[in-house]
Write a protein that binds this ligand. Sequence first.
Ligand SMILES: *[C@@H]1O[C@H](CO)[C@@H](O)[C@H](O)[C@H]1NC(C)=O
Ligand SMILES: *[C@@H]1O[C@H](CO)[C@@H](O)[C@H](O)[C@H]1NC(C)=O
Length: 280
Amino acid sequence: MQSVLFGSLFFLVILNHCPFLNGAVSCPNNNLSIKDGSFTLSKSYNDGSVLRYVCPVGFYPHPVKKRQCKYGQWDPEPTSKRECRKVTCPNPRGMENGVVIPTRKIYYVNDTTKYRCNSDYTFRGSATRECQANGKWSGGTPICSRNTDHCPDPGTPPGASRKGNIFNIDDKVTYTCDKNLKLIGSKVRVCQDGGLWSGKEPECYADFTYDTPGEVAEAFGSSLKTTVTMYEESAGQAGKQIRLDKGGKLDIYVALDASDSIEEADFDKAKDIIKKLIKR
Ligand SMILES: *[C@@H]1O[C@H](CO)[C@@H](O)[C@H](O)[C@H]1NC(C)=O
Ligand SMILES: *[C@@H]1O[C@H](CO)[C@@H](O)[C@H](O)[C@H]1NC(C)=O
């Protein structure tokens, strides 16, 4: 038994002295810069360091937003063209029974679109939308409908296409996002008894799309609005207070972003903070 233990210790010592197996090789510091942007390094050029590209608001890093130093090489390896590109918004061409003005192949940040329905159709949503710096259109999905079905036309968000055109009880609509876009929300929605669709309207996110603090607050607000009241402390600091009736019940859901822009260490840190918050 003792000799086996000794043997494995010896093996470990050897591993520690071999830089390649240990991975303690630093990465090259050239071919990393990005046009019109900059980058940060989590552990300089050392093994395991994460390089993140930073672009001005309204721009995103192309072709990748980060690299990691692994065994002396950046992963993914730098290619020749690295630049900050203008943010684009998903194409609203999926809107049915109406027109999008202007019609373009690509819509960039600050571009404005207007929406109109064909005659006999009723308009719902935002008639004018602007492509925002976070890769989303302002306002709500424009919808042209003429249905007398049980549920209202659920529309087709920009960047998506929809299967399903009958909206009676138990009818289903299925959404697919354009290539390179990720569907956030409900892929399938079912028309329910009460005339409402199940789930949540889907959105198509590019790799660089993000939610602004305002959008997050609003998502929280819609479920909290009735119970949260503002109060002001003497120092002038504003806060929010949750008032509940005696015996009132409030469900709070905490969601953590686990997308690949979040490092494992940061995710764990956030988890710990939330655990502490819940305990308090
Ligand atoms: C979008 O418009 C804002 C306000 O006019 C401007 O500051 C910003 O530079 C524009 N963004 C781009 C990418 O053109
Ligand atoms: C990286 O930089 C070196 C010079 O610093 C250059 O010779 C080489 O072509 C570059 N490689 C790429 C992929 O850009």
